[in-house]
Ligand binder design. Sequence first.
Ligand SMILES: [Zn+2]
Length: 154
Amino acid sequence: MSRRKGASKGRRPAATSRPAAPGPAPLAPGAPCPCGLARYEDCCGRFHRGAAAPASAEELMRSRYAAFAVRDAAYLRRTWHPGTRPARLDLAGPSRWTGLEILATTGGSAFHSEGTVTFRAHWTDGDGRFGTQEERSRFVRVDGAWVYLDGAVA
Ligand SMILES: [Zn+2]
């Protein structure tokens, strides 16, 4: 997921005059992970806090989705390939990520050095508008660690 404003299949959040949402939004202890797999601290939270590293491209994809959801820009930057990492990352905005579906993967395991993950992310803007964004993301290893290279809107 490279940016919040990819082409959406549904209605996009309209340009808003509301103030931007505040920065990092920590989850309560025991809260479910935004990626939907497990408790946040046992799931993507351990990657966000640096206690573990994703072992597969899909784990990295999930953790990056969760980082968008909790607005962890630092994590997104450090899991972005240095060649494609944006100079500035603005996570503020009216929409909220509400769910993730992994649609397909290629490569990306412990035995690969690259992989792709195709996913559908759901958003809402809190004003009754909602939609999805689909992307096929490419991941590679840099010094053994999975990083996000780029993505194409599916
Ligand atoms: Zn997770």
